[in-house]
Design a protein around this ligand. Structure first.
Ligand code: 5GP
Ligand code: ZN
Length: 113
């Protein structure tokens, strides 16, 4: 699975991405098609498809990701607030099946979201 997953490959450094943060559990990079002046994607290194397949063992990791968002948003230029979005499954509009948190910010208007 992870060989064919684009976000696993970004996490491993096999595909270049505009990384702005990484630690032993989390990688954050710029969305290739930004929908706002600041548009980051936060992913776990572990391949989890989405919140529907995440389990209680991921609660701490998910909490860390959410708690990291304000700092990275501000550092990247979203100084006046931001939005986080997690798309889950077909009806949630998910395109890449590796859990990711969109962090959107910067002066409005934005293209979508
Ligand atoms: P989803 O619809 O699954 O929530 O969003 C997937 C996001 O990943 C989209 O906003 C898309 O622009 C972004 N994306 C897809 N492939 C790549 C890639 O190879 N590199 C980067 N940086 N972003 C990507
Ligand atoms: Zn993956």
């Amino acid at each position: 699975m992870t060989d064919s997953c684009i976000f696993c490959r970004i996490a491993k450094g096999e595909i270049p991405a505009g990384k702005v943060y990484e630690d032993d559990e989390i990688v954050v990079f710029r969305d290739i098609h930004p929908a706002a002046p600041v548009h980051l994607l936060m992913i776990p290194r572990e391949h989890i498809e989405n919140l529907m397949t995440a389990g209680s063992q991921h609660e701490t990791l998910l909490g860390r990701m959410i708690a990291l968002a304000p700092r990275l948003a501000r550092e990247q230029g979203a100084t006046d607030g931001f939005r986080i979005v997690i798309n889950n499954g077909p009806d949630g509009g998910q395109e890449v099946y590796h859990l990711h948190v969109h962090v959107l910010g910067g002066p409005r208007p934005w293209k979508r979201f």
